[in-house]
Design a protein around this ligand. Structure first.
Ligand code: SF4
Ligand code: SF4
Length: 406
């Protein structure tokens, strides 16, 4: 394992220069330390054989004019860029297309379309070709079916016909699915067992893993959201399916954790080290919204185990956010609403607005919901009031989310 953390001598110099107690660094010294970080490890993405940076570029929030952020990532050694046709209404793909012009052969691109159970192959092909145009390329290495939460979408023969044709035409090299919904486990089991995934992109973070809660006081809140996820990820590994983790920050309330971070260790790095210490995970992607965050995030590149400060930091985060974080993949509240409101998805978009503080992204995602929270405006809230086993006040959260995001 390569260790890319700032060396201890340098850390002490920076700290001593600022006259600080050990473990506490001013923001400028931290930024200086983070600026030295770069990718330390390239991993093989399962059967694809692609070598990608272990911490790679998620671009769900990439906006027009942010080409410099992409180029900063490139300068730091990141070579895998993940996007989707729906991200920032296509701007994400366009920015990547412009920023990566001239270096297309040096990078690996992944994009996505949401193909449903009845979507025709021709339509999927048109969507792919529109993505290729925005990306200014003639192919992508990985093409995902986006946010799959129903097995019917994986059955769709038209998807498989499309995949065969697109591969034969050289427009895609590999395929797979992304997912973060309540039926994720069933979908992944089906996809792996039927050998239709080269790569899977899954929401996976410390709070979904039973191992994380070992040693914590028993409490109803401290139950792994998807205890089967580690099993499915392990199975994927045995079948040589590439595994990329996303949503690794469990809500990304980074600023809440700043007071508790020490030296050049940060909560984000701890969360990434948790994910990367699972040998069945190949790599992770994270929304990279600024050069400073890229520098901070890459402090965890190359990690294969947790650092000494990591577990206390992650436990603190879990305790602080236990009763306000919707584990949207748990979906235990499904069916409680007589109006069919997609509660978990409404609360996921709320997370984008309140935690990520990205109103545009939140509104765009909210606009895609089939059944949003409009019914909540005139509902007593009685049916869903006690539907969340984690104590989230669904009835008090959904109506304000609708007002905020409509
Ligand atoms: S509101 Fe509660 S039950 Fe519903 S998805 Fe979120 S955490 Fe799960
Ligand atoms: S407040 Fe009413 S409409 Fe809204 S999710 Fe709950 S039960 Fe459904």
């Amino acid at each position: 394992m390569m260790d890319n953390r700032i060396d201890r001598r340098r850390l002490l110099q920076v700290g001593a220069g600022a006259g600080l107690a050990a473990g506490v660094l001013p923001a400028s010294a931290r930024a200086e330390a983070f600026a030295q970080n770069r990718v330390q490890s390239y991993v093989t993405l399962g059967r694809t054989g692609l070598m990608i940076a272990d911490i790679s570029f998620g671009s769900s929030r990439l906006r027009t004019g942010e080409e410099a952020v992409v180029r900063h990532a490139l300068d730091k050694g990141i070579n895998y860029f993940d996007t989707a046709e729906s991200y920032t209404k296509g701007a994400s793909e366009e920015v990547l297309g412009r920023a990566l012009k001239g270096v297309r052969d040096e990078v690996i691109l992944a994009t996505k379309t949401g193909a449903g159970a009845g979507t025709r192959a021709d339509e999927i092909m048109r969507n792919l070709e529109a993505s290729l145009k925005r990306l200014q390329t003639d192919h992508v290495e990985v093409f995902f079916n986006h946010a799959v939460n129903e097995i019917d979408r994986l059955h769709n023969e038209e998807w498989h016909a499309f995949v065969d044709r697109a591969k034969a035409q050289g427009k895609i090299r590999f395929t797979g699915m992304s997912g973060h919904g309540g039926n994720l486990i069933q979908c992944l089991d089906y996809g792996i067992d039927n050998d239709i995934l080269d790569v899977m992109l899954v929401a996976y973070n410390f709070g979904q893993d039973p191992k994380f809660y070992e040693g914590l006081t028993k409490d109803f809140d401290f139950v792994a959201t998807q205890p089967d996820l580690p099993r499915v990820i392990e199975k994927a590994k045995t079948k040589d399916v590439g595994v990329i983790a996303m949503k690794t920050l469990r809500g990304a309330r980074l600023n809440d954790m700043r007071p508790f971070e020490q030296g050049t260790d940060s909560f984000a790095q701890a969360a990434f080290r948790w994910v990367l210490s699972n040998p069945n995970v190949d790599a992770l992607i994270v929304s990279m919204t600024s050069s400073d965050l890229i520098d901070e995030y890459l402090g965890a590149s190359g990690a294969q185990e947790l650092g000494a400060n990591d577990l206390p930091l992650l436990h603190r985060y879990a305790k602080m956010n236990g009763d306000s974080f919707c584990r949207h993949a748990c979906n235990a509240c499904e069916g409680s609403c007589p109006y069919g409101v997609q509660i978990a998805d409404v609360l996921r978009t709320r997370m984008y607005a309140m935690d990520y503080r990205d109103m545009d992204f939140a509104r765009a995602e909210y606009a895609m919901l089939e059944v949003n929270g409009s019914a909540c405006l005139s509902c007593s809230g009685e049916p869903c009031r006690n539907a969340c086993p984690y104590g989230l006040k669904i009835d008090e959260l959904c109506a304000p989310t609708h007002v905020l995001l409509i």
